[in-house]
Design a binder for this molecule. Structure first.
Ligand code: MN
Length: 732
């Protein structure tokens, strides 16, 4: 099993020169060779060899795959950034941007800590791996790097062997398979098998060994017969026997529950010829001579596998009952099967490598996306749907960033360090004050990119989440955490404001010499709250605490609720006067017990039909009617007199001023006017004033209404307008 090939400098350059001849390209590879040897000169591998041996091997294997000069150069340099702290700029300077990008790509992938991270399934790892690589050459360098590490795994600790092997089996082998690197995949699988399950490995290996001679004899005999047959018909072809690799035998034994001899007795022969037509012709001659096993003919030429594999497979039986699987394919199909996409991107001189173009070409040829689909999910989902999903999922929707320890965090495209912080821990999010991305301090709203290493700075003194943060984060996870934090803060604030509101109301009652105990009655206040369209007592108190509702109005309603209000004005002296309603002229008012008195509406509080009112006996001007909570008559109890609205006079109208407080915006005035018109009030005047803060505006509106109900509707609908903070009646 062991590949004990010792690569020398001479072998490496011979291999390179077998297909690269351009002097510039060769010079770059030579320079990288010396450069890497020098940079790593003080480092040794676990085996005791110079570290450079690993790099030379990686370069050599890449050269056997006919990789381009940049890829080989990057292969030689692939550990310089990580192990020798060579900055990317130096690689750009010494080599070129393309090489530097490749080395950086390999370095980033190398930092992924797959095996230590139980959160992520292997499928995710493969997805991440490919999303991070972007350039298919990075994946190939990484696969070759891993292959060589697996070949030399014996020098590391048993724990490390198991960890590396399981990671290789879960992440690297499927990628190698899907990219069509059959050789690399088979070799890595057998190495993994060896380290992960040594007992079964040795069992299978010794069974293979024991049958080897017998098997070889049978295969060679069949090869002779077929060669004779095909020579008779003048085909150009190569034919050879091949053995299955150990891990695939073992897998078939376990997953298909077959005995070793059932699998191993299936001898395999391959015929490689010139043209597609030759393949079908050869198939015909073989089927004519040997009995084909029913249902075992597979035409992957007409229907290639997703990884571009093409071949005809058939299973035949000889006269002695031995069963052979015969594969028939062209030379080109054979190289694709062995080297996968390497066969397509293998370097051709005189052609500039364009990674984007190359990637595109490979994607087209390889049905790249289809590949990933099967990597992600073997489930039978609609292909187009999956295609879209994967494109969004891998190439658009998600980015993969890392913690300084290499843990991969998957985030949606556009995510910021703040999303990252909340993904790490809610508290890290709440206390975030800044972030360090790839070593540089950046603001929390920076857009993260795949491969970024992200660190969050936190502080116990952090001001914590704010409304602005909701605009910064992209994930709903972070959004929800911020929202619930803000809600909690809001609730606490609200409680404070409610307490404040209660105190303001109590103070106001005291100021008006109203008895706190009877007015602070919960049931009454609930009713008042309802009249203002507030949900409940708390909402009312909150509005009072926020001063978003006028105290005058509150008191008005409160006194309405408590009919006993007038008593507290000390009008007891008038109580004995008999209530004999009489028309009271044009005001629609009457003074209790007094007829024909000159009576008029006070200009300060401008009561409207339905308001709680009280008369004020002036000197020589008769009775002025005020709202009972008008501050201008406060403390004038001796001159107050009880008055009533005339119940049946609905035709009369009353003027009154209301004040609208709002933050300024376009069309505010016209919206107010519209509401006034909607409620069939007459607009008698309007003044607006922008406050010194230049943000807020007050609009005084004089309206003519029939009663308090109309006024209340009008006001509560103005209050509903956008940007309006408060609407109240004015007392001048
Ligand atoms: Mn390496």
């Amino acid at each position: 099993m062991k590949n004990n090939l010792v690569v020398t400098r001479e072998m490496f350059f011979d291999q390179v020169k077998s297909y690269i001849t351009e002097p510039d390209s060769l010079a770059m590879i030579e320079k990288a060779y010396e450069y890497a040897e020098d940079k790593h000169k003080d480092q040794k591998r676990k085996s005791g060899e110079p570290y450079f041996v690993h790099l030379m091997n990686v370069g050599y294997i890449l050269a056997t795959l006919h990789a381009g000069p940049q890829t080989i150069t990057a292969g030689l340099l692939h550990d310089t950034m990580e192990d020798c702290d060579v900055p990317k700029e130096e690689l750009v300077r010494e080599f070129d941007q393309d090489v530097a990008n490749l080395v950086e790509g390999v370095t980033k992938i190398g930092r992924l800590a797959f095996a230590d991270d139980k959160e992520y399934e292997a499928a995710n790892h493969r997805k991440i791996f490919i999303a991070m690589a972007k350039d298919v050459r990075v994946i190939i360098i990484k696969l070759v790097d891993r292959l060589h590490n697996m070949r030399t795994l014996e020098y590391t600790s048993p724990e490390s062997q198991v960890r590396k092997a399981s990671e290789t089996l879960a992440v690297y082998c499927p990628i190698a398979h899907r990219l069509g690197f059959g050789d690399i995949k088979n070799e890595m699988e057998d190495l993994c098998f060896y380290y992960l399950d040594p007992q079964h490995y040795h069992e299978v290996a010794s069974l293979v060994e024991a049958k080897k001679r017998e098997r070889e004899a049978k295969v060679n005999h069949m090869i002779e017969e077929i060669t004779e047959l095909l020579n008779e018909h003048n085909f150009e072809f190569r034919i050879f026997g091949r053995s299955k690799h150990l891990y695939s035998i073992y897998k078939k034994m376990t997953t298909k529950n077959k005995r070793f001899d059932e699998i191993f007795d299936l001898y395999a022969i391959r015929v490689v010829t010139r043209t597609e037509l030759n393949c079908y012709e050869i198939l015909g001659y073989i089927h004519a001579k040997y009995r084909p096993m029913p249902g075992r003919l597979k035409d992957y030429i007409a229907m290639p596998k997703v990884n571009m594999y093409q071949s005809i497979h058939t299973t035949i039986m000889d006269n002695e009952g031995n069963i052979f699987e015969v594969q028939i394919r062209t030379e080109e199909m054979d190289s694709v099967a062995e080297q996968g996409i390497a066969a397509h991107w293998s370097y051709k001189e005189g052609r500039l490598y364009n990674s984007e173009k190359e990637q595109k070409e490979i994607e087209n040829k390889l049905s790249w996306y289809h590949d990933m689909i099967s990597m992600m999910d073997e489930a039978d989902l609609d292909h187009n749907e999956m295609l879209n999903t994967i494109q969004k999922d891998i190439f658009e929707a998600n980015i993969y960033v890392m913690t300084p320890k290499g843990r991969v965090i998957e985030l949606p495209n556009g995510a910021t360090p703040l999303d990252f912080a909340y993904r790490i821990h809610t508290e890290v999010g709440h206390n975030a004050i800044g972030s360090i991305v790839n070593g540089a301090l950046v603001p929390l709203n920076t857009k993260l990119q795949t491969g970024d290493v992200v660190q969050i700075k936190t502080s116990k003194q952090a001001t914590g989440p704010s409304e602005d943060w909701l605009k910064i984060v992209k994930t709903s996870h972070a959004k929800n955490k911020i929202k619930s934090y803000l809600q909690k803060v809001e609730e606490e604030k609200r409680k404070e404001i409610i307490v404040k509101g209660e105190k303001i109301l109590a103070d106001e009652l005291k100021k008006r010499s109203l008895e706190e105990k009877s007015y602070m009655d919960r049931a009454t206040l609930e009713k008042v709250a309802g009249q203002f369209n507030f949900k409940d007592y708390q909402d009312l108190m909150y509005a009072i605490g926020m001063k978003s509702v006028s105290m005058v109005q509150i008191m008005e309603k409160l006194t309405n609720q408590k009919r006993s209000a007038l008593e507290s004005f000390d009008l007891s002296r008038l109580f004995n006067i008999k209530n004999r309603p009489k028309p009271a002229g044009r005001t629609g008012l009457q003074v209790e017990g007094i007829d024909n008195m000159k009576i008029s509406i006070a200009g300060c509080c401008m009561p409207v039909y339905g308001d709680d009112i009280v008369g004020y006996i002036t000197k020589g001007q008769g009775v002025k009617v005020h709202r009972s909570d008008c501050p201008n008559i406060r403390g004038q109890n001796s001159r107050l007199i009880r008055v009533h609205w005339e119940e049946d006079d609905t035709t009369k109208q009353y003027d009154c001023w209301i004040k609208v407080e709002a933050s300024d915006r376009s069309y505010l005035i016209s919206d107010i006017v519209t509401v006034v018109a909607q409620y069939k009030a007459q607009l008698m005047g309007i003044n607006s004033e922008v406050l010194p803060d230049k943000v807020n505006v007050t609009v005084d509106v004089k309206v003519r209404v029939s009663n308090t109900e109309q006024l209340r509707l009008l006001m509560s609908n103005i209050r509903k307008l956008d940007s309006v903070v408060d609407v109240s009646r004015i007392i001048k």
